[in-house]
Design a protein around this ligand. Structure first.
Ligand code: C2E
Ligand code: MG
Ligand code: MG
Length: 628
């Protein structure tokens, strides 16, 4: 899998290091030049100073020799200079310019030395020359001249330069080593940052950021070469459930396992990324990708079908896949991603664990779903939700024995939205928990209010969604609501659909027993649609069985469904369950159900779901009619 193709790190580190090396080299060079210049100047003025003192001392000592024109005495004075190795030649001149005495190195010739007889200093390339007047009673009586060879001066300067260069090289080497170490540290940090910025830490796959980069690259390549790009968006169908029931650690393990399975079964050139909680994306590149994309989707569904073992549980994870192609379905990255998402939602709507390829008609459906999802987040605070109640009546006496609470949503744009449409959306985006508790609280308050108003102890049925049954805190929340609203536990009936009940039998049996111990009654909803057997049903502590309305609907036309209902009723009775028929619309159906011994009916024949105030009036009227 090509998830290593991330932008290369180290550019920043390299340029910082290069700049640092250059600037430290320049700083060292400047320092060395300054030091050498300073050394030259101070050495030069030191030498000059020395020679001037020497000249003055000789001048002072030669004053008498000049006055008396005593060459011997002057020579004696000059002979002191033999101890100074640098002095090449020195002489005492009379006022007329004739040398009175001189001292010179043996190899030196006097012929090339004729200094001007005035106060004179000359720092030449090879020699330093000094001429100082000799004064007697403030009158010039002669001159002293000294010539110094500069070889030793330059030798000393050269030693200093050599030493400075050595120090500079050593400092540069130390700086370079330090910088190299710093560069390595910066490079490591950069690599780490780069990794974190582009790689998903749970699965090791490229993350959403890297996905966008990779997809942009793929689209650019496709545009340049005339190839196609296929985008497969994957969303795990039941990941939230694993996270909720087994915890986040297991959730992470599951994601890692899915990532490994995907990378292990797809082509090396396919790019697999994790772009969100339980969302993955696969990018395919090449020509005529349609068949390959569909085959890849099939492969993914196939390989994910294998169970994953987590914490001793066997988990089956499935995924819904949406496919979209560039340039056929989209002209840019943004639309391509949106279309693949749209196709993925379509796959989910088709019943999950399938793939769907994008087509233009899907767009409107997705827009609506997205609008519902964002609308749902604010529906409660905006007072758009309302609980309606549908009465349940005894088939034997016609008396209202309870109500079912059914949620209604008045969407500001779409009008009334069916629960069949928005409940799954609420489930998917995790809002069903708060919504479900709100319905429960409203229904319990209403049931208690009817009791206080003298309308009797009506049972109040509330539907539980799949996600709610998996919520570990549900029991606690229900208990609190009962205590706060004052509804008796025996008045509350929780409805769980057959498919949800069977989905996670073990866990559900435990939850249902807790409710039963609290005195709350339980009903299996939409019975007959989930293909469960009565053998299973025996294990659940149920009170009611609600026959799905599709069976009731067929009663008139088809004898078979009638027979099924009769069988369900008699078997339910044997298990000690009372039976409620849903969706009863006609008198014939009522008569048939009464004949089979069905206990309770609910449906438009008796009453449609209605708001609480109308329901109050309906119950009051029914009570009065019964009494009359
Ligand atoms: P359900 O629990 O099976 O609810 C019965 C559905 O049948 C209700 O649809 C009701 O209006 C409808 N119905 C009642 N009598 C008749 C009839 O004579 N003929 C026909 N054709 N239909 C009838 P509704 O209100 O649209 O709710 C649909 C489903 O949405 C419910 O099915 C339930 O599963 C779910 N639902 C509704 N409210 C809630 C809620 O508060 N929480 C949860 N989790 N699910 C809810
Ligand atoms: Mg129901
Ligand atoms: Mg039902």
């Amino acid at each position: 899998m090509n998830h290593a193709a991330l932008p290369a790190p180290g550019r920043l580190g390299r340029s910082v290091a290069r700049a640092s090396v250059i600037s430290s080299a320049a700083a060292l060079l400047i320092a060395a030049v300054l030091l050498v210049s300073f050394q030259f100047i101070s050495q030069r003025s030191g030498l000059l100073e020395d020679m001037l003192i020497q000249a003055r001392v000789i001048g002072d000592s030669s004053e008498a020799s000049l006055l008396f024109h005593d060459g011997h005495a002057a020579r004696d004075v000059l002979s002191v200079l033999s101890t100074s190795p640098n002095i090449d030649v020195a002489a005492v001149f009379t006022i007329s310019g004739a040398p009175l005495a001189y001292w010179k190195k043996r190899e030196t010739s006097l012929a090339d030395w004729a200094p001007p007889l005035t106060s004179y200093r000359n720092f030449g390339l090879r020699y330093l020359e000094i001429v100082q007047p000799v004064l007697s009673e403030k009158k010039v009586i002669g001159h002293v001249g000294i010539r110094v060879r500069l070889e030793q001066f330059y030798r000393r300067l050269l030693v200093f330069i050599g030493f400075t260069i050595l120090v500079a090289i050593a400092s540069f080497a130390a700086t370079y080593l330090l910088l190299a170490r710093m560069r390595r540290t910066v490079k490591d940090a950069e690599a780490e940052l780069n990794y974190l910025a582009h790689v998903d830490s749970v699965t090791g796959l490229p993350n959403r950021h890297a996905f966008n980069v990779q997809l942009a690259l793929a689209l650019k390549k496709a545009t340049d070469t005339g190839d196609d790009t296929a985008l497969l968006m994957l969303d795990l169908d039941n990941f939230k459930r694993v996270n909720d029931t087994l915890g986040h650690q297991s959730g992470d393990l599951l994601l890692r396992s899915v990532a490994d399975t995907l990378t292990g079964h797809l082509e090396k050139s396919d790019i697999v990324c994790r772009i969100g909680g339980d969302e993955f994306a696969v990018i395919l590149e090449g020509q005529n990708l349609r068949e390959r994309a569909e085959l890849t989707a099939e492969t993914i569904l196939e390989v994910l079908r294998e169970p994953v073992f987590l914490d001793g549980h066997e988990i089956f994870v499935t995924t819904s896949i949406g496919i979209s192609f560039y340039p056929r379905h989209a002209k840019n990255l943004h639309t391509l991603v949106r279309n693949a998402d749209t196709a993925m939602y379509r796959a989910k709507a088709k019943g999950k664990n399938v793939w769907a390829s994008f087509h233009a008609r899907m767009d409107t459906a997705t827009q609506r779903r997205l609008a519902l999802e964002s609308g749902l987040r604010r529906a409660l605070e905006r007072n758009e939700m309302e609980v309606h109640y549908q009465p349940q009546a005894s088939l034997a006496t016609g008396e209202i024995i309870g109500v079912e609470a059914l949620l209604r949503w008045r969407h500001p744009e779409f009008g009334v939205v069916e629960p069949a449409e928005f409940i799954p959306v609420a489930e998917d985006c995790g809002l069903i928990g708060s919504l479900g508790l709100w319905v429960l609280r409203s229904a319990c308050e209403q049931g208690a209010a009817w009791g206080k108003a003298g309308l009797g102890l009506l049972s109040v049925a509330v539907n539980l969604s799949a996600r709610q049954t998996r919520d570990r805190n549900l029991m606690q929340a229900v208990s609190e609501i009962l205590e706060q609203t004052g509804l008796l536990p025996c008045q509350l009936e929780l409805e769980i659909t057959e498919s949800v009940l069977m989905d996670n039998m073990h866990a559900n049996i435990g939850v249902l027993h807790q409710f039963r111990q609290r005195g709350i009654r339980l009903a299996i909803d939409d019975f007959g649609t989930g293909y469960s057997s009565f053998a299973y049903l025996k294990r659940f502590p149920l009170d009611h069985l609600k026959i799905d309305r599709t069976f009731v609907k067929e009663i008139r036309h088809d004898g078979e469904d009638g027979a099924i209902i009769a069988a369900i009723v008699s078997m339910a009775h044997e298990l000690g369950l009372s039976v409620i028929a849903e969706g009863v619309e006609t008198e014939d159906q009522v008569a048939f159900l009464r004949n089979t011994g069905c206990d309770i009916m609910q449906g438009y024949y008796f009453a449609e779901p209605m708001p609480a105030d109308r329901m109050t009036a309906f119950i009051t009227d029914a009570r009065m009619a019964n009494q009359a």
